[in-house]
Design a protein around this ligand. Sequence first.
Ligand code: RB5
Length: 152
Amino acid sequence: MERLAIASDHAGRELKEDLKAYLKELDVEAVDMGVDNDKSVDYPDYGSPVAEKVSKGEIGKGVLICGTGIGMSILANKFRRVRAALVSDVYTARMSREHNDANILVIGGRIVGKGLAREIIKVWLTTKFEGGRHQTRLDKITEIENKINGGK
Ligand code: RB5
């Protein structure tokens, strides 16, 4: 059974709950790292535990949802080895896996409807990274990441 970590702020919670139900149908285990109520919260508090897990290799993939998806994607991409893709359509979902090997999917809960979000997550989870020239490009990103952060 595939496993991923999922989290949202208050603005993404309704979509998170719907996607969790859908992931169950797809036989994917979703480790829910909050939020569990509609009270206003700060998205970094919920996004960072997921990004940290992916960054450390404790879990292969993550899904983050806030209102627009922008805050969560800015946050997640601060973490080393995280390639978070903010996705609002099925084509980008597929390309973010084929070309970018995205390991965190970010969705805007106030932007993307439930039906489309389900399509996006299904495509994202079933599309494989193509490697080849795209791996070369990702290696360059890793090199830059290591340089910026002072070594490995
Ligand atoms: C919360 O109002 C909203 O700012 C947040 O969910 C997110 O959209 C931030 O990028």
